[in-house]
Design a protein around this ligand. Structure first.
Ligand code: ASP
Ligand code: ASP
Length: 379
């Protein structure tokens, strides 16, 4: 999939995108993480569209081989899962297995990593920070945009430049789609995207792949059910792109309001990935190898009444697993709300807590890869 540029992505469009994105992110963020007066407010985040109503900042829509990779990978940033090809993905999973066997190797000795979380996180931030500490590095940063200078009106551009004076790499979460890509463009040090709006969450995807590989023994030819908020859930968006290397079959299980966006279905069609869409959870996963549950992303709804209507749409209960395959494993990026009943936790098919633990090893592998060439050059 890398290197293909659809005819829609002419050089002119690409340049237009770059200019627009640069312009948007040079606007200060308010304390709510909103961008001045620019953009189209679609929820708590902004989506930016060009005159053809194309989303400007989606990594899926960014032409992968052009500005999706070349510029960013020079600095080793990990912005989108499409920044890594199949070999690189498999190398990360290999390296994660080495870290699982020996998590205390000091590959980041003397390095300083900044974790900039403009949007709340527990797991992702703690697991990145634990990974850095286990690798012998140190952490600076913030876990709440309200305590950073962005609440005083500092632009993302300035924050990134300032932090890159201190840190060897930046792990960043941001409510706006495309913010990580913009940061990678302006930053002299590598950026690791820890989630940008509803767009991408590549480190989560790599740990999802590691969990799938560990539990299934392969990544190839699996049937994967993605359940819940397929509209706003960034983890399912990244996962589809990553799994496209491994001949998956998908079942998208969501209410109409939270259906998988057309752009991802188009992506599946273009990559010959079969998928079906259903509304009902019960029994629909009996042929699945992986049941990937997601939380309804309250923070991305513009209309909270709509959230109230769909928030409890699915609850997986232990009894519903009776006819599922013996190798089925249930994944969830966490945190869960009501979508998995606690009575599932004791079932051997529940794998979400081990999945979170796998995140540590995978993030150790990512940090080591991102910083390795810089270390070698003695920079
Ligand atoms: N909101 C999630 C959490 O607190 C995000 C994450 O950590 O990835 O766990
Ligand atoms: N932790 C995941 C994320 O940050 C999933 C979630 O928050 O529901 O996207």
């Amino acid at each position: 999939m890398r290197g293909k540029v659809s005819s829609k992505y002419t050089e002119t469009n690409i340049n237009l995108r770059r200019v627009c994105i640069g312009f948007f992110y040079k606007q200060p963020l308010t304390s709510k993480g909103e961008l001045g007066q620019r953009g189209t407010k679609t929820s708590t985040s902004f989506k930016k569209h060009d005159s053809n109503n194309n989303l400007l900042t989606s990594d899926l829509k960014a032409p992968l081989g052009v500005w999706g990779r070349s510029n960013f990978m020079r600095k080793n940033s990990l912005v989108s899962i499409s920044d890594y090809n199949k070999e690189e993905i498999l190398a990360i999973l290999d390296s994660a297995a080495d870290f699982e066997a020996n998590p205390n190797r000091k590959t980041l000795d003397g390095k300083i990593i900044a974790t900039l979380f403009f949007e709340p996180s527990t797991r992702t931030r703690l697991s990145f920070e634990t990974a850095v500490i286990r690798l012998g590095g140190s952490i600076i940063g913030f876990s709440d945009a309200a305590t950073s200078s962005s609440s005083k009106g500092e632009t993302l551009n300035d924050t990134i430049h300032m932090v890159s004076c201190y840190a060897d790499a930046i792990v960043m979460r941001h409510p706006l789609e495309g913010a990580a890509r913009y940061a990678a463009e302006v930053s002299p040090v590598p950026i690791i995207n820890a989630g940008d709006g509803a767009n991408q969450h590549p480190s989560q995807t790599l740990l999802d792949l590691y969990s799938i590989l560990k539990t299934q023994g392969t990544l190839e030819n699996l049937t994967i059910c993605l359940v819940g908020d397929l509209k706003y859930g960034r983890t399912v968006h990244s996962l589809i792109m990553a799994m496209s290397h491994f001949k998956p079959t998908f079942k998208f299980i969501a209410p109409n309001e939270l259906k998988m966006p057309d752009e991802y279905k188009l992506f599946c069609n273009k990559n010959n990935i079969p998928f079906t869409e259903v509304n009902e959870l019960n029994e629909s996963f009996n042929d699945a190898d992986i049941l990937y549950m997601t939380r309804v992303q309250k923070e991305r709804f513009q209309d909270l009444m709509e959230y109230e209507r769909v928030k409890n749409v699915y609850t997986l209960k232990n009894e519903m697993l009776a006819n599922s395959k013996s190798n089925l494993r249930i994944l969830h990026p966490l945190p869960r709300v009501t979508e998995i009943d606690p009575d599932v936790d004791g079932n051997e098919k529940a794998y979400y807590f081990q999945q979170a633990q796998n995140g540590l090893y995978v993030r150790q592998a990512i940090l080591s890869k991102v910083l390795k060439p810089i270390t070698n050059k003695g920079e």
